[in-house]
Write a protein that binds this ligand. Structure first.
Ligand SMILES: [Zn+2]
Length: 518
């Protein structure tokens, strides 16, 4: 069957013209996609032009995200979709959910007068299915019309899909606006909400049913064809309250926590019960700097999923060796690039402490890298009263010695910061103003620290030796004091480390021969 080339070109040109005209007249017409489909399938010059200009690859032009919230905070979950020749397949859903989605998809597609979809959809497992269903259905419908190929900014979808095609959801946008900006989305589809544009260029459209949502997505995609997705705004979500909110006094301990977060320094608080050691320790989580791309990648390779925040793992006193190494895997390597909290250090099993010490020394487990910040707390003596003004410590020197020996000098030496925390007298302690930019400062200092190496700290040793005043520190401790001094200088935005910085750094190391219990 031969077609005259002239007729072929003329037909293609006519089709292209008709396509452009149709778009110009009615950009919302559902016929558009049909024309476009024909164009691409024909593979004519003009058709390729459309494809080159507006699309990247098959199903690779843009992304549909579902807004998923657990508790107060929400996140964007990407719906991954690829074309198949066979029927609809779903990955990441339970059997019931899969059946439910297939039934709904059949109903929706026949409702909209379309043939059953052929595609593979993948969603991350363990996400709540109901909040992803609408986005999955929209992705499927848009893919059917080859609109996901179009290069255009990404879309975030909020709401749940009913069997009759209506969209339900909360009466508020929850945190979806922020999540849309954080993920570079330019359109937010949400149930019943007024049509608005935010200052940062996000279009918010309220849709009562799936037909309307599909129509709005189509209009958006064709209007923004050829535009790139906005660069992702990598902003650390500022907490609603200051990390130190509710902690009165304990200024030195707060500064120690900031140093630990910015410099990934191991930290130990010791002192009588009631001094707020545990409370302070748990604040560290809120101070940690955001993960870098490399760190995110490393954690994803260990855990099998992209992390949102730095990992926090806690070892409880009753945990045995079995739990530390479950199924050949170590509990500790999950703390990589995060924090390992070990409260009541002296109540931990000896074996547990040895394991922690081993990991800190070796920095690896099998082929996995293991690097975490150790954050611990313990009483200063067996009775716990050491250091209290209103109570008497009844422990003998030997008992205290034995108490500290439980931790062992090797592990103790690993703590860059070792600070005594005493209960504050709430009647006399002055109310201090917390630094509102603390998190930004920590992130900045952390960045600077990434560029430093041991050579920087070695150069400070002569300055340290003039400040030791007879204190006997191990080489490791000396280097850690020098590192801390650079962090102290960084917080003051000073390029030069002074003797005062070294002396301040030494004040965060109050154990060893002195142990400060007298
Ligand atoms: Zn005591």
């Amino acid at each position: 069957m031969g077609i005259c080339p002239v007729v072929w070109v003329a037909a293609s040109a006519l089709l292209f013209f008709a396509y452009r005209l149709q778009r110009a007249i009615s950009p919302n017409s559902s016929e558009i996609s049909q024309s476009k489909l024909t164009m691409v399938q024909l593979g004519t010059e003009s058709g390729l032009q459309v494809k080159q200009k507006g699309t990247k690859s098959l199903f690779g032009g843009m992304n549909i995200y579902a807004y998923h919230s657990e508790g107060y905070l929400g996140e964007a979950v990407k719906v991954q979709i690829s074309p198949t020749l066979r029927s609809l397949s779903l990955l990441g859903l339970s059997v019931t959910e899969e059946r439910q989605f297939k039934l709904k998809a059949k109903a929706m597609f026949s409702l909209l007068g379309k043939e059953s979809p052929k595609a593979l959809i993948q969603i991350p497992p363990s996400k709540k299915y109901a909040s992803l269903e609408l986005a999955m259905m929209l992705a499927l419908l848009l893919a059917k019309d080859q609109l996901l190929e179009v290069l255009c900014p990404d879309i975030l979808v909020l709401g749940t899909l009913n069997l009759d095609g209506s969209i339900a959801g909360m009466p508020t946008l929850l945190g979806a606006r922020e999540v849309a900006s954080e993920n570079g989305c330019s359109l937010l589809i949400a149930p019943e909400t007024p049509h608005t544009y935010t200052q940062d260029g996000l279009e918010i459209v309220g849709c009562s049913d799936i037909a309307l949502a599909l129509h709005q997505c189509r209009r958006f995609i064709l209007y923004h064809e050829g535009e790139q997705t906005k660069p992702v705004a990598k902003v650390q979500r500022s907490p609603l309250v200051h990390p130190f909110s509710g902690i009165i006094g304990s200024e030195k301990a707060k500064k120690a926590l900031a140093l630990s977060a910015a410099g990934t320094l191991n930290i130990l608080f010791y002192g009588p019960p009631g001094g707020g050691k545990t409370l302070l320790l748990n604040t560290l989580e809120k101070l940690l700097p955001p993960l870098s791309d490399n760190e995110r990648e490393e954690i994803a390779r260990i855990r099998g999923e992209m992390p949102k925040t730095r990992p926090i793992m806690e070892i409880l006193p009753h945990m045995g060796e079995k739990e530390l190494y479950k199924g050949g895997e170590s509990f500790l390597h999950l703390a990589h690039r995060g924090v390992l909290i070990v409260d009541e250090l002296t109540n931990q099993k000896e074996r547990t402490l040895k394991t922690i010490s081993f990991f800190l020394e070796k920095q690896s487990f099998g082929s996995y890298p293991v690097s975490f910040t150790l954050a611990s707390a313990m009483n200063g003596c067996p009775c716990g009263n050491m250091g209290r003004e209103d109570q008497l410590c009844i422990c003998s020197e030997r008992q205290r010695e034995r108490h500290w020996n439980k931790v062992g000098s090797a592990l103790l030496d690993r703590f860059d910061i070792c600070l005594r925390v005493l209960p504050e007298n709430l009647m006399t302690v002055p109310l201090s103003q917390e630094d509102p930019n603390l998190l930004e400062s920590i992130a900045e200092v952390w960045q600077k620290q990434q560029q430093r190496n041991e050579q920087t700290y070695l150069k400070l040793l002569p300055l340290l030796s003039t400040s030791l005043q007879g204190r006997n520190l191990s080489m490791r401790s000396c280097l850690s004091v020098c590192k801390m001094a650079t962090i102290i200088a960084d917080f003051k935005k000073c390029d030069v480390v002074t003797k005062e910085d070294i002396i301040e750094a030494l004040s965060y190391k109050s154990y060893g021969i002195d142990r400060h219990w007298r």
